[in-house]
Ligand binder design. Structure first.
Ligand SMILES: Cc1ncc(COP(=O)(O)O)c(C=O)c1O
Length: 406
C-alpha cells in the first residue's frame, strides 16, 4: 500500500509547495471491495446499514450507498447531510438526546425507522406525529442485562448506561406505544458494545438477542419485522494481522438463523468502524527526532487534533516509515536507528501521543510516517481547531470508474 501512496504524496506536496506533508488519504477502491465482501457474506435474512458517524465524508458515502441497505444517522445534522445528498437512500435514526426539532425533521424528511430510547421520547414523538399527521415506524432500543455478557473496552449497555430502555421498563413502554396509533412498533434495537473482536462471543450475543426477542413477542403478542443488532464489530489496532473473523461470523449466523431465526423478522446491522477503518491513512512528515532522558521522540507534522483515534482508544497506533532520501539542508539530519520511539504531534500537551514503545529500523526528519486503519472515528472525532494548525488535505484515491475523486 505504501508504494501506492507514494505518487499521492508527490501530488499533495506539489499542491502545497514548501509545506511539510500532512494528509488523510482514503482508498475508495479498497473501501468498495471491502464493503462488497462484507455485505455479500451476510446470510439471507440479514442486512447491513452503514453508521455514518464513523466517517460521513461524501466520497465515502457515495462509495458505500450502492452496496449497503441504507445509512444510520444519529443527529439532525447527519440526517440533513444524508437527505441532502441521497434523497432516496433508506435512513434509520438512532441516538440519545434527540431534540424535538430532530424528531420533527425525521418525520418530515422521511426515515425508515426511528429508534426510541425512553418513555419520554415515545411521548414526544407521538405528540409530534399527531400534530404533523404522520405515521412512523419505531424500534425500541433496549439495554439488556445479560448473564455472562463478555465485555469489550467500550460498553454502551449490559450495565447502567444512559443508552436505551432498561428491559424492566419495556412493558410500560410497550403499553405506552399501544396508546399511540401513529407510532408502529417495527421491532427492537440493541447496541450493547463497540470494539468486538471475538466472533464467537458476538454470535452468542446474537443468539441471546433472538431468544430475548422471541420471548417478548410471545409474552406481549407482538408482530415485528426487524431486530437491529447494532454495530460494534471491532478493528484490531494492537494486532492488525488478527482482525474480526467476519466470514466465520456470517457462517455461524447463517446456522443460527436457520435454527432460531424468527419468522418474518430480518436481522439488521448498523456498522461503522469495521466498514471504513481500513480504507483510511493518516500521513505526517517527520519534523524532528530527539532524545530526552533516554527516550526517543519523533515529532510529526499534525497530531491528535487530526487523528485522535490512538489517544481516544488508548493504544499505540501502528505505522510505517516511508523513507524520503532528499535532505536539502547543510546541517546534520536528525535520526533514530534500531530503537523504540514515541510518535508525537505539534500540540503543547503530552497527551498528543500517536504511538509509543514502537520499534523502528530507522526514522529521520523529512521521512513520512503513514498510519493505516485511520478511516473511521479518526478525523471526525478529532478536535480540529486546537492551536489553530491548518487542517490536513483529505485525498480520495478514485474508484476505477473515476467516481468520487478528490
Ligand atoms: C447506536 C449505535 N449504532 C451503531 C454504532 C456504530 O458502532 P461501530 O462503529 O462500533 O460499528 C454506534 C456507535 O457508537 C452506536 O452508538
Amino acid at each position: 500500500m505504501e508504494l501506492r501512496l507514494n505518487p499521492v504524496f508527490d501530488s499533495i506536496r506539489a499542491a502545497r509547495a514548501g509545506e511539510p506533508l500532512c494528509a488523510y488519504v482514503y482508498d475508495l477502491p479498497a473501501l468498495r471491495r471491502h464493503a462488497a465482501r462484507t455485505v455479500s457474506a451476510l446470510p439471507a435474512g440479514a442486512e447491513l446499514f452503514y453508521a455514518i458517524k464513523a466517517n460521513s465524508d461524501l466520497p465515502i458515502l457515495q462509495t458505500l450507498a450502492p452496496l449497503v441497505a441504507g445509512f444510520e444517522v444519529s443527529s439532525g445534522g447527519e440526517l440533513a447531510w444524508v437527505r441532502g445528498h441521497f434523497p432516496d437512500v433508506p435512513v434509520i435514526f438512532s441516538g440519545p438526546g434527540k431534540l424535538d426539532a430532530e424528531l420533527r425533521a425525521a418525520l418530515e424528511l422521511g426515515v425508515e425507522s426511528l429508534h426510541l430510547e425512553s418513555a419520554h421520547e415515545i411521548d414526544r414523538l407521538a405528540a409530534l406525529a399527531e400534530r404533523l399527521g404522520k405515521t412512523q415506524q419505531v424500534l425500541l432500543r433496549v439495554n439488556l442485562a445479560l448473564d455472562g455478557l463478555a465485555e469489550t473496552r467500550l460498553m454502551m449497555g449490559g450495565k447502567p448506561t444512559p443508552f436505551g430502555i432498561p428491559s424492566a421498563d419495556l412493558p410500560a413502554c410497550l403499553a405506552r406505544l399501544r396508546d399511540y396509533p401513529r407510532l408502529k412498533l417495527g421491532g427492537f434495537h440493541f447496541h450493547l458494545m463497540s470494539h468486538q473482536l471475538d466472533a464467537e462471543a458476538h454470535l452468542r450475543l446474537m443468539a441471546s438477542y433472538l431468544r430475548q426477542v422471541a420471548q417478548w413477542c410471545a409474552q406481549h403478542r407482538l408482530e415485528i419485522g426487524h431486530v437491529n443488532v447494532g454495530g460494534g464489530i471491532g478493528v484490531n489496532y494492537r494486532e492488525p494481522a488478527a482482525q474480526f473473523d467476519w466470514a466465520g461470523f456470517c457462517a455461524g449466523l447463517c446456522r443460527l438463523l436457520d435454527a432460531e431465526g424468527l419468522p418474518g423478522v430480518r436481522l439488521r446491522f448498523e456498522m461503522g468502524r469495521y466498514m471504513t477503518a481500513a480504507c483510511g491513512y493518516y500521513a505526517m512528515e517527520v519534523i524532528d527526532v530527539k532524545t530526552s532522558y533516554g527516550k526517543t521522540f519523533v515529532v510529526g507534522r499534525g497530531g491528535s487534533h487530526h487523528f485522535r483515534t490512538p489517544y481516544a482508544q488508548g493504544h499505540s497506533h501502528p505505522f510505517h516509515v516511508l523513507p524520503v532520501d532528499a535532505w536539502p539542508h547543510a546541517w546534520p539530519r536528525p535520526e533514530a536507528r534500531r530503537t523504540e520511539v514515541s510518535v508525537v504531534g505539534q500540540l503543547c500537551t503530552p497527551k498528543d501521543l500517536l504511538a509509543y514503545d514502537a520499534p523502528v529500523e530507522r526514522v529521520r526528519a523529512g521521512d513520512v510516517l503513514v498510519f493505516p486503519l485511520a478511516g473511521a472515528y479518526a478525523w471526525h472525532i478529532s478536535h480540529h481547531d486546537f492551536l489553530r494548525h491548518p487542517h490536513p488535505p483529505q485525498w480520495y484515491l478514485p474508484l476505477e470508474d473515476g467516481h468520487a475523486a478528490d
